[in-house]
Design a protein around this ligand. Structure first.
Ligand code: BGC
Length: 755
C-alpha cells in the first residue's frame, strides 16, 4: 500500500470520508482505490468485539472472550512483565478476531476514589501509571495490533463527562495529569491516542490544538492516529485543525460534509486533511501488511493466565495470624460474591467472559467449606434472615470468610459514586458475623477504595479488586496459601471520603471543575498533611517477610545531566517463597517551591526463595528530581540535597541516603526595584555584585542606630528577616539620600546582564 500515492489519487470527498468511522467499530474503506477498512474494539482488559448489535456502554453482547483483571488490579501487581504478558494475550485474541486496535490502556489519574471509572484506571501516581500503560502497550503491539492510550486528557470523573471543563494549572497538568500519557508515548509509541470527552481549561480535548498537536506530537513525538472517544467530537472542522484525525463512531456523513465544505471555503487547508488521511491509512497499512494469519487463541490457557495474574494483583491488607487458612479447619464462605464474584466493571470495558469461576466453585474439592449467601446485590436492603443464616454458618465454623465489595450498581462507567461506603447490608453482615466469629476474614471485590467501619473487628483482609474471570480460583489459592500475596496498593485508602484532597471541589459546579488541590493528589497530599490513612499507597503484606540492607548510591553528588545508580539488597527472611515490591521514593530535603514530601520514582518486583538475597538496581535521571517550572516552561531540578528512600510502602521507609544534585539550568531571574535582598543574597553572583551597596547600607544603618534605641525589642534575627524581605526600592527611603537612585539603576543593569 503506497499511502502517499493513494492520498494523491483521492477526491476531497474520499479524503473527508476517511476522517470518521463507517459504523461503530470500523474505519471506512475506499473501494474505488481498493483501500480496505479495519475494525477496532474495546479493551482494555479483554476483547469486546461486537458483531451484531453495537454500543459503547457494554449493553449488547460481544463475542465470548477472556476477562483479565481490570486496571485497578493490574496496577497493584506493580509488575511490568506481567502486564506485558497480558498485553500479548490480548494481542493474540485481536489477531484471531481480526481486530486492528484494542481500545486501551486507560491511563487517567485517580483524583478521587469516587470516579466511576477508577476500576479501569491504574493509579493516583503518574510514574506507576506510566509503567503500567507502557508495558500494556508493548505487549499488545508486539503482536502487531494497535492500542489506544486513553482518555487524553484530564478525564477524572464521569459526571457531565461530555461537557465539563477540567480547570488545571500548568504545573499540575505536567506533573500529574499529562505525565502518564507523556511517559507512555515517549517510552513506546501507541498506534493511537484517544482524546477524551471533556474540556481542559475550557477547550474540548477533541479540538485542543495545544494538547493534540503541540504537546502530543511536537513535544513527545507521537506519530500515530488521534481518535475521538465515541461521540467526543464537538466541532469536527476545529477538531481536524487541532490534530484529531479520526472521529468515532460514524457521524452518518454529517461531519464529513462539513470537512469538505470547510476546505472548499478555504477555512481548512487541504494539507491538514491530507495529514490526517495519511495517518489513518498508515494505521490500516501497518495492521494489514503485518497481519498474522491463522492465530488461534486457547481460551483455557488465557483463563489460566488470568488466574495467575489475579493472584499477583491481590493485596493482603490485614493479617492477624489468620491467613493462610488451614485446610483441615471448617471454613464458612459467606456472601454472594463467593458464588458470583464481581470481577469486572460496567460500561464499555464489559467483557462477555467465556467462563467465570467463583471462590465457592473453586473450593469445591476442599471438603470443609460451608456457605451462606448473606446479602443480595440487586438492592441494598438488610435482610435479617440472610444475616441470621450467615451467623449460624459462621458460628459453626472455625473461620468465616466474607466475600464482599461493591455491586455493579455502586460503580460503573457513566456515573460517579456519591459516597465511599459499601452497601449497608454488607457492612451490617460483616459486623454481625464478627460478633459471633472472632476469626473473620474479608475478601474485597471493588474497583476503588471503600470505607471500612469494621476494620478493627476482622482478622484478615484480602483486596482482590475486580480481578477478572478467574478471581475466585485466585482468591482460594491465596486464602489457602497455594499462592503468596504480593500486590501493593496503587492508591491510598483514606479513612473517610472527606479526607481526600479533591473532596471540596470534586464534580465542580455545572461544567467547571477546578483541580484546586494542585499536585497534591493521593499520597502526595496525605504525606504533606501528615494525615492518618486507612492503608497507604504502596502498602501490602505477604505470608513471608523481607529485609532491606546495603543501600548504595554510586555517587554522592552529581549534575542533573548525569544519572544515578542505586542498589539495595532484599532478603526473604521468612520460611516460604514470595515476591516483594521494592519502592524507591525521591524527597527534596529543602526546596524553595511547594512540593510533595516525596514521590515514587522507581519500583521492582522480585521473587525470592526463603533465605535468598537479591540486589535490586535503580537508575535515576534528571526527571526523578525535577518539578515543572512554569517560569522556564520546562522540568527543573533545584540545586540541593535529595533523599533517596527505599520503602515497603509510602509510609514505611526502611532506609535512605542523601545525594547532592546541581542544576544545569539557571532559572531566569529578572531583577527589578521590587527584587528583595533575600533573592539577591540567594544567588552568589548577584550577591557579589550587590556587596558594595549592602555594605554601604549596613554601615549607614549602624551609624544611624549608634547611641539610639532605634532597635528597641528587635532581635538580630528579626533585623535579618526584615532585610531579607526588603525590596531594593525601599533602601532609598531608609538611606535618607545617602544612596542614590542612580546607584540602584546601575546595579539593576548589572544584575540583569550577569552571565
Ligand atoms: C468510552 C471509551 C470506549 C468507547 C468505545 C466510550 O464511551 O469512554 O473508553 O473505548 O466508548 O466503546
Amino acid at each position: 500500500m503506497d499511502v502517499s500515492s493513494l492520498v494523491a489519487q483521492m477526491t476531497l470527498e474520499e479524503k473527508a470520508s476517511l476522517c470518521s468511522g463507517l459504523d461503530f467499530w470500523h474505519t471506512k474503506p475506499v473501494e474505488r482505490l481498493n483501500i480496505p477498512n479495519v475494525m477496532v474494539s474495546d479493551g482494555p482488559h479483554g476483547l469486546r468485539k461486537q458483531e451484531m448489535v453495537v454500543d459503547h456502554l457494554g449493553i449488547s453482547e460481544s463475542i465470548k472472550a477472556v476477562c483479565f483483571p481490570a486496571g485497578c488490579a493490574m496496577a497493584a501487581s506493580f509488575d511490568r512483565d506481567l502486564i506485558r504478558t497480558v498485553g500479548e494475550a490480548l494481542g493474540d485474541e485481536c489477531q484471531a478476531e481480526n481486530i486492528s486496535v484494542i481500545l486501551g490502556p486507560a491511563a487517567n489519574i485517580k483524583r478521587s476514589p469516587l470516579c466511576g471509572r477508577n476500576f479501569e484506571y491504574f493509579s493516583e501516581d503518574p510514574y506507576l501509571a506510566t509503567e503500567m500503560a507502557t508495558n500494556h502497550i508493548k505487549g499488545v503491539q508486539s503482536k502487531n495490533v494497535g492500542t489506544s492510550l486513553k482518555h487524553y486528557l484530564a478525564n477524572n470523573q464521569e459526571h457531565r463527562r461530555m461537557t465539563s471543563s477540567s480547570e488545571i494549572d500548568e504545573r499540575t497538568l505536567r506533573e500529574i495529569y499529562l505525565a502518564a500519557f507523556e511517559g507512555a508515548v515517549m517510552n513506546v509509541k501507541p498506534w493511537t491516542v484517544m482524546c477524551s470527552y471533556n474540556r481542559i481549561n475550557g477547550v474540548f480535548a477533541s479540538e485542543n490544538h495545544r494538547f493534540l498537536t503541540e504537546v502530543l506530537r511536537d513535544e513527545w513525538g507521537f506519530d500515530g492516529v488521534v481518535v475521538s472517544d465515541w461521540g467526543a467530537v464537538n466541532d469536527r472542522v476545529l477538531g481536524l485543525a487541532a490534530g484529531l484525525d479520526l472521529e468515532m463512531p460514524s457521524s452518518g456523513g454529517m461531519n464529513d460534509a462539513k470537512i469538505v465544505q470547510a476546505v472548499k471555503d478555504g477555512r481548512l487547508a487541504e494539507a491538514v486533511l491530507d495529514k490526517a488521511v495519511t495517518r489513518v491509512l498508515n494505521l490500516v497499512k501497518r495492521y494489514l501488511e503485518n497481519k498474522k494469519e491463522g492465530v488461534i487463541f486457547e481460551k483455557d490457557k488465557h483463563h489460566e493466565l488470568a488466574r495467575m495474574v489475579s493472584e499477583e494483583c491481590a493485596v493482603l491488607l490485614k493479617n492477624d495470624n489468620i491467613l493462610p487458612l488451614n485446610r483441615e479447619d471448617k471454613i464458612a464462605f459467606i456472601g454472594k460474591f463467593a458464588e458470583t464474584p464481581r470481577y469486572q466493571g460496567g460500561g464499555s470495558s464489559h467483557i462477555n467472559s467465556y467462563k467465570v469461576v467463583g471462590a465457592l466453585e473453586a473450593a469445591k474439592n476442599l471438603t470443609n467449606i460451608t456457605y451462606a449467601k448473606g446479602y443480595d446485590t440487586e438492592t441494598d436492603v438488610i435482610d435479617e434472615a440472610l444475616i441470621a443464616e450467615a451467623c449460624k454458618v459462621a458460628r459453626e465454623a472455625s473461620v468465616a470468610v466474607i466475600f464482599a465489595g461493591l455491586p455493579d450498581s455502586f460503580e460503573s462507567e457513566g456515573f460517579d459514586r456519591s459516597h465511599m461506603g459499601m452497601p449497608d447490608c454488607q457492612n451490617r453482615l460483616i459486623e454481625e458475623v464478627c460478633a459471633v466469629q472472632p476469626n473473620t476474614v474479608v475478601v474485597l471485590h471493588n474497583g476503588s477504595p471503600v470505607e471500612m467501619p469494621w476494620i478493627n473487628k476482622v482478622k484478615g483482609l484480602l483486596e482482590v479488586y475486580l480481578g477478572g474471570q478467574a478471581v475466585g480460583e485466585a482468591s482460594v489459592n491465596l486464602l489457602f496459601g497455594n499462592a503468596n500475596p504480593s500486590g501493593k496498593l496503587a492508591e491510598t485508602f483514606p479513612i473517610k471520603l472527606e479526607d481526600n484532597p479533591s473532596y471540596l471541589y470534586y464534580l465542580g459546579e455545572k461544567d467547571t471543575v477546578e483541580y484546586r488541590e494542585g499536585v497534591f493528589v493521593g499520597y502526595r497530599y496525605y504525606d504533606k498533611k501528615k494525615a492518618e490513612v486507612l492503608f497507604p499507597f504502596g502498602y501490602g503484606l505477604s505470608y513471608t517477610t523481607f529485609a532491606y540492607s546495603d543501600l548504595k548510591l554510586d555517587k554522592d553528588s552529581m549534575p542533573d545531566t548525569d544519572t544515578l545508580t542505586v542498589t539495595v539488597n532484599v532478603k526473604n527472611t521468612g520460611a516460604i517463597a514470595g515476591k516483594d515490591i521494592v519502592q524507591l521514593y525521591v524527597a527534596p530535603e529543602t526546596s524553595g517551591v511547594i512540593r510533595p514530601v516525596k514521590e515514587l520514582k522507581g519500583f521492582t518486583k522480585v521473587h525470592l526463595e526463603p533465605g535468598e538475597t537479591k540486589t535490586v538496581t535503580f537508575t535515576l535521571s534528571k526527571r526523578a528530581f525535577a518539578y515543572y517550572n512554569t517560569e522556564i516552561n520546562d522540568w527543573y531540578v533545584q540545586t540541593g540535597a535529595y533523599d533517596i528512600m527505599i520503602g515497603k510502602s509510602s509510609r514505611d521507609i526502611v532506609c535512605s541516603a542523601s545525594l547532592q544534585v546541581q542544576s544545569s539550568i539557571a532559572t531566569p531571574m529578572k531583577y527589578t526595584l521590587n527584587t528583595t535582598f533575600g533573592d539577591i543574597l540567594a544567588d552568589p553572583k548577584a550577591k557579589a555584585a550587590a556587596e558594595p551597596l549592602i555594605a554601604a547600607y549596613t554601615q549607614l544603618n549602624s551609624s544611624l542606630q549608634e547611641g539610639s534605641d532605634a532597635l528597641g525589642d528587635a532581635t538580630p534575627d528579626m533585623m535579618e528577616a526584615m532585610f531579607s524581605g526588603m525590596p531594593l526600592r525601599a533602601i532609598l527611603l531608609f538611606a535618607h539620600d545617602r544612596i542614590k537612585e542612580e546607584d540602584i539603576t546601575q546595579l539593576l543593569n548589572h544584575l540583569n546582564n550577569l552571565e
